[in-house]
Write a protein that binds this ligand. Structure first.
Ligand SMILES: NC(=O)c1ccc[n+]([C@@H]2O[C@H](COP(=O)([O-])OP(=O)(O)OC[C@H]3O[C@@H](n4cnc5c(N)ncnc54)[C@H](O)[C@@H]3O)[C@@H](O)[C@H]2O)c1
Length: 335
């Protein structure tokens, strides 16, 4: 029987690409997404339209905060793997509207855990974020580092869902991998993210806002490297095996749950990133330098050696190359 994958947030940026990856491999995928209007719903519809072309794809429009719908959908599809990507994302919006983060990221994740437990899911993969490293000063960030100082509400909800997952994994022997994503970008990306807004404004001759006067650094990860990592990882089910641990392993001592960073392992300065956008677009940005934003971290950098040891993960895309691919898509999509 074919492995069946249930993906939440399948009309979102990462969910769409991950779903496509499994469909291209010939696997069966059921997606669920609320299609909310946090950003342009048409972009979500366009992604869904592409997935709907695959005969192995099916879809439910539904909200993970609604346990009944979620439970009915998963019970009917009977997946062996759940990839839980639906979330209210975005650091800045979490300052204005924290409640929706509690609902989607904590209540919604609890529902996924409850269903995974009931359905005895073989492997639950859950999205977390580099932002949970918060004010940490030790670079690169490792999974075994302490993560007690989140500085945004978004990050706090992601950290909470990691803790909820650990308890469920422990109580019900549920195999879970938590993936901490580092600034994912690429074609079909998220319009609320800086690189997307910069592109839009540079092309329209509008000002772009540069926070912390440009002294910002991100580990930008190209979407194909992400989908490659997720795909390789799905067969690596965490097990509690005494004495058989990897170096710096984050595998819990009491439960089959592991945390993994997934990044590009390079730290790029925001101004260099913008310079590359300008160069490829052949247009100078009108820059407005701003102070540091509340809730933002200044710098992120992943150590992905654990993921490499487990799966052979090896991110290949240099940011100049990734930006080019993003811009090709952008110019074509919004022609
Ligand atoms: N893109 C990044 O750089 C990044 C970085 C770190 C972590 N993440 C995490 O990765 C995951 C995917 O992020 P993304 O960039 O694809 O974001 P996205 O907003 O494009 O995708 C999330 C999808 O989930 C759906 N959704 C939101 N709330 C829902 C709910 N309550 N019920 C059902 N569907 C709901 C949205 O409609 C959207 O299509 C998220 O968990 C996010 O927190 C992303």
């Amino acid at each position: 029987m074919k492995t069946k994958i249930f993906i939440t947030g399948s009309s979102g940026f990462i969910g769409f690409h991950v779903a496509k990856k499994y469909l291209d491999k010939g696997l069966k995928v059921h997606g669920l997404d609320s299609m909310n209007n946090y950003y342009d719903v048409n972009l979500k519809r366009s992604r869904l339209k592409i997935l709907n072309k695959y005969k192995n794809f099916s879809f439910t429009k539904g909200n993970i905060t609604n346990y009944k719908i979620l439970s009915k959908t998963v019970s009917k599809f009977k997946p062996s793997i759940i990839i839980h990507l639906a979330a209210q994302a975005g650091v800045r919006y979490s300052i204005e509207n924290p409640k929706v983060y509690l609902e989607s990221n904590i209540i919604g994740s609890y529902h996924i855990l409850e269903i995974a437990k009931k359905m005895k899911i073989k492997h639950l993969i859950m999205a977390s974020s580099s932002s949970i490293y918060g004010a940490n000063k030790r670079f690169p960030f490792r999974e075994i580092d302490r993560t007690d100082h989140q500085i945004s509400f978004y990050a706090a909800t992601k950290k909470s869902s990691e803790s909820l997952a650990h308890s469920y994994s422990n109580l019900w022997n549920l195999p879970i991998t938590i993936l901490r994503f580092f600034t994912v970008y690429g074609p079909w990306g998220r319009p609320d993210m800086a690189y997307f807004k910069f592109t839009k404004n540079i092309l329209r001759g509008k000002k772009i806002e540069i926070f912390n006067k440009g002294k910002m650094y991100r580990d930008y990860t190209y979407i194909d490297d992400i989908t490659d990592g997720v795909y390789k990882l799905s067969s690596k089910i965490p097990k509690i095996k005494k004495n058989k641990r990897f170096k710096n392993d984050s595998l819990s001592h009491v439960a089959p749950i592991r945390i993994l960073n997934i990044g590009n392992t390079k730290r790029i300065n925001l101004l260099d990133f913008i310079y590359t956008l300008e160069k490829i677009l052949g247009k100078k940005a009108k820059k407005k330098f701003m102070p540091m934003q509340k809730g933002d971290v200044q710098s992120t950098l992943s150590d992905t050696s654990l993921l490499r040891r487990i799966t052979g993960y090896n991110p290949k895309t240099k940011y100049q190359e990734g930006i080019k691919k993003f811009l090709n898509w952008y110019l074509n999509y919004y022609n």
